[in-house]
Write a protein that binds this ligand. Structure first.
Ligand SMILES: NC(=O)c1ccc[n+]([C@@H]2O[C@H](COP(=O)([O-])OP(=O)(O)OC[C@H]3O[C@@H](n4cnc5c(N)ncnc54)[C@H](O)[C@@H]3O)[C@@H](O)[C@H]2O)c1
Length: 365
């Protein structure tokens, strides 16, 4: 199999998960890594037996086909545009950008040059989510009515060594965790047509409790409790709450309802998990996942799918149009909160093709 050359920019917390998971996908040949903090690049390079180079050198390396952008959200578009300028495809961590307008700029630049943009999350390609998708596609639930999506926690400052970015403009629970939930909902239910939402910022500061910087106080510049409604083009209506202000709760992360049945979809931050199905008149039943990539952390499967798509000239699933739609939807919660209006969503999107169509012997191709 031909390999594609990957160059990673941003070697912080999440890079270890990518570097571990990338071993599942032989098409990915990680040729070099770079970070604006050279010590961070060197530490990860040493840990995984890779080559650390300067950021400029990485973008200039002709052996690199795809830039894997694992920088913080506010740098995603700037790094992405640099990749496009250098004639390289780019796959970015989520969100695509911190504002819909800058996301549009990145997608337009890539399209103008015939280059690909991919974006996390790729957890919707996990076995549990692809099995949930099959249940919807087989019409088991009937006509889709709606659902609920809940991510609520006390805040990432309790575990992340550098949590300030979660509370800066471009942070907040919606841009941080919304991508997992909204991407999976689009995968299951199709495009969003309208959003109404409210956001609140109850505290101006947060105190880090992660041991590396325990006791340090960081400012808050974004709503930390965001709640609202997604109205899908199909007519389905989903209630969403994303929060860094809640001590604990007992909602399931994701639940969808049809006229003939209801489905508990596992946590979209993970690839696997227990699916539960209730058919009208019946009891809740556990459904086994019948797709691969469910039993572990496969972060980088979206990148691998994009690499295979480039090699065989087919569309990729965790694509820029999907990420841009999700970014527009997430921003719409804020727009709606500030204006008191229901916000129309303008970006077209297609549900990504289910993974089963391109699986050969259980391996991504
Ligand atoms: N930490 C997690 O558990 C987690 C999980 C899923 C997704 N993510 C996403 O991954 C991304 C990175 O998160 P993280 O937790 O690894 O952050 P981090 O702060 O630990 O690491 C980011 C790294 O990027 C580097 N960087 C920032 N701007 C740069 C630029 N312009 N050029 C070169 N290097 C730059 C920083 O020096 C740092 O080493 C974010 O988008 C986040 O939403 C993180």
């Amino acid at each position: 199999m031909d390999k594609l050359g990957i160059g990673i920019v941003g070697l912080g917390n999440i890079s270890a998960a990518y570097l571990k998971a990338s071993t599942h996908f032989p098409i990915l040949d990680i040729r070099a890594v770079a970070d604006m903090n050279p010590a961070a690049a060197k530490a990860r390079a040493d840990e995984f037996g890779l080559k650390a180079v300067g950021v400029d050198e990485l973008f200039a390396d002709p052996s690199i086909d795809i830039i894997l952008n694992l920088t913080i959200p506010k740098a995603h578009v700037e790094v992405g545009l640099r990749a496009i300028e250098a004639g390289k495809h780019v796959y970015s961590e989520k969100p695509l950008g911190i504002a819909f307008a800058e996301g549009q700029k990145l997608i337009a630049a890539a399209k103008a040059k015939g280059l690909r943009v991919g974006s996390a999350p790729d957890t919707f390609l996990g076995g549990a989510h692809q099995t949930s998708r099959r249940i919807v596609d087989e019409d088991t639930l009937g006509q889709m009515v709606g659902g609920t999506a809940y991510f609520m926690c006390p805040g990432h400052e309790r575990w992340h060594p550098n949590p300030a970015f979660y509370y800066e403009v471009g942070g907040g629970p919606m841009l941080d965790m919304g991508p997992y939930y909204i991407t999976d909902l689009v995968n299951l239910l199709g495009p969003v047509a309208k959003v109404s939402g409210v956001g609140s910022m109850l505290r101006n500061t947060r105190t880090i409790t992660a041991k590396e910087r325990a006791g340090e106080i960081i400012p808050v510049h974004v709503p930390t409790h965001v709640s609202g409604t997604l109205i899908f083009q199909s007519g389905a209506v989903v209630q969403v709450t994303m929060s860094f202000d809640v001590a604990g709760h007992k909602h399931v992360p994701l639940e969808i309802y049809g006229t003939e049945g209801s489905l508990v979809v596992p946590d979209p931050n993970f690839f696997g998990g227990q699916i539960e199905l209730l058919k009208k008149g019946g009891e809740w039943q556990r459904v086994d996942t019948d797709m691969p990539y469910a039993d572990g952390n496969y972060r980088s499967i979206g990148l691998a799918d994009m690499a295979h798509a480039i090699a065989s000239d087919r569309p990729h699933r965790a694509n820029g149009d999907l990420a841009l739609h999700v970014l527009e939807v997430m921003e719409a919660f804020d727009v709606s909160s500030r204006t008191g209006q229901v916000v129309n969503i303008s970006t077209p999107v297609e549900r990504p093709i289910p993974l089963a169509h391109s699986l050969s012997n259980g391996k991504l191709a």
